[in-house]
Ligand binder design. Sequence first.
Ligand SMILES: [Zn+2]
Length: 172
Amino acid sequence: MASIYTVNEETLINIARVLGGDDGVRIIGILSEHKNITVEELAETTGIQINDVRKLLYRFYNHSLITNRRFRDKETGWFIFQWSLQPELVEAYVTSTKQKILRKLESRLEYELTHEFYHCGNPQCPNTTFEVAMDTVFHCPQCNEPLHRVDNNPVIEFLEKKIAEIKEELDT
Ligand SMILES: [Zn+2]
């Protein structure tokens, strides 16, 4: 992949797969190496049906991953569309995804910090909150075994570490 793209290849491939499956990955792979490529050229290079190529291109276009330019063929008079990756917007997509994940992790951390959890020790039973444990006089609502306080510090530490990592990535 050309080094001018600010997101790494793995990220780009992941986005392509989410939006377009294996065919999407192949198309984004070619667009990451060639600029200004037509639907016909993409269909020919990948062996993917031209209508499928077109659908995928518009899906990527709607998510601002790629851009197009249009001009008139001098011989036929028809419009020709050429497609290219839109690196800044790919980065914007990645950034907004990371921000969403960050918000989820932060609200989960808030939840972990403001709640106490109890568990009976049976692997098939879920954690119980303090409020529920009060109601059952500290017996598991599922199996009725006595509940013990769960140390959620490892969870909190994990969340803090993840949050710090994402914040650092968003800063750069
Ligand atoms: Zn239980």
